[in-house]
Design a protein around this ligand. Structure first.
Ligand code: G3H
Ligand code: 13P
Ligand code: ZN
Length: 309
């Protein structure tokens, strides 16, 4: 099974009213945990790599680890660049074997976002690679894109048809109230489903992407706090909201913070309970298992893509 694009995954997800999980990967244990989970429940998968992940782990290492996961699991996997912010970065990932790239031009004025995104689409499509564009700005910290909460702007539905038509993107990330990281809402979580609904009406059948979609699982926040950490006020997107989005036009749901939290909470607990241990396999093994269980729960209870590989 080769690396595949998300085209067919999204067509089936849209028609079936479910979503594909796009999980951020940074090292071997994360890749193993995610892919073993997807294999057990037979789910299609998007593994996404940020510029920061490439810098940390190296492009070739990540590609080889993903290739190994494909051999081991036999799963269809799409390899995606998360938050590409320049043509050069997107080109480097396309030339280096990714099947999908995001060009994040959301911080540029509309016309410039269109121009820059189209440049990436033209090169990507020549090479059989699909492109995710973004309209609207999420609050929080993105890779090299720092958007303050006040600056966050929901996607303007009146812009989506022109953006999709003029750029030729294959999917569109929108801002409806989610944000990156573990501190997403000060008060009650609220997403603008009315905006999603209008976008869905304007772009029938077109796959929509939700960034900043970690639920920031309370059990893991409590575990971090219990074992020496401090994350007061950490809050994510409630799972029922993600299920609703997945039943609508949202075909790709991005999850990174939940993986980080599960891994960190597990390692904190391990050291609290085993203060004299120092073999990395002893704490990375349980962390990998925590990721596997988390991803299975997401696939089966939130995304609904189990059995769809
Ligand atoms: O949206 C951002 C992702 O969580 C990637 O984060 O840039 O720290 O790798 P990173
Ligand atoms: P979270 O921080 O909510 O996991 O979002 C991840 C993301 O959007 C990656 O692009
Ligand atoms: Zn994101």
């Amino acid at each position: 099974m080769p690396i595949i694009t998300s085209k067919e995954m999204f067509e089936k997800a849209y028609a079936g009213g479910y979503a594909i999980g796009a999980f951020n990967v940074n090292n071997m244990e994360i890749i193993q945990g995610i892919t073993e989970a997807a294999k057990e429940v037979s789910a299609p998968l998007i593994l996404q790599v940020s510029a920061g992940a490439r810098k940390y782990a190296n492009h070739t290492y990540l590609m080889k680890l993903i290739e190994a996961a494909i051999v081991e699991t036999g799963l269809p996997i799409c390899v995606h660049l998360d938050h590409g912010d320049t043509f050069e970065l997107c080109k480097s990932c396309i030339d280096g074997g990714f099947s999908s790239v995001m060009f994040d031009g959301s911080h540029h004025p509309f016309a410039e976002n269109i121009r820059l995104t189209k440049q990436v689409v033209d090169y990507a499509h020549l090479n059989g690679v699909v492109v995710e564009g973004e309209l609207g700005r999420l609050a929080g910290i993105e890779d090299a894109v720092n958007v303050s909460e006040q600056d966050a702007g929901f996607t303007d539905p009146s812009e989506v048809e022109e953006f999709v038509e003029k750029t030729g993107v294959d999917s569109l990330a929108i801002a409806i109230g989610t944000s990156h990281g573990a501190f997403k809402f000060k008060g009650e979580p609220r997403l603008r489903f009315d905006i999603l609904e209008e976008i869905q009406t304007r772009l029938p059948g077109f796959p929509i992407v939700l960034h900043g979609a970690s639920s920031v699982i309370p059990e893991y926040v409590e575990m971090v706090n219990r074992y020496g950490g401090s994350m007061p006020g950490a809050k994510g997107v409630p799972e029922e909201m993600l299920r609703k989005a997945a039943s609508m036009a949202v075909c790709k749901i991005n999850i990174d913070s939940d993986l980080r939290l599960a891994m960190t909470a597990t390692i904190r607990r391990y050291f609290a309970e085993n203060p004299s241990h120092f073999d990395p396999r002893q704490y990375l093994g349980p962390a990998r298992n925590a990721i596997k269980e988390l991803v299975k729960q997401k696939i089966v209870h939130v995304l609904g893509c189990d059995g769809k590989a």
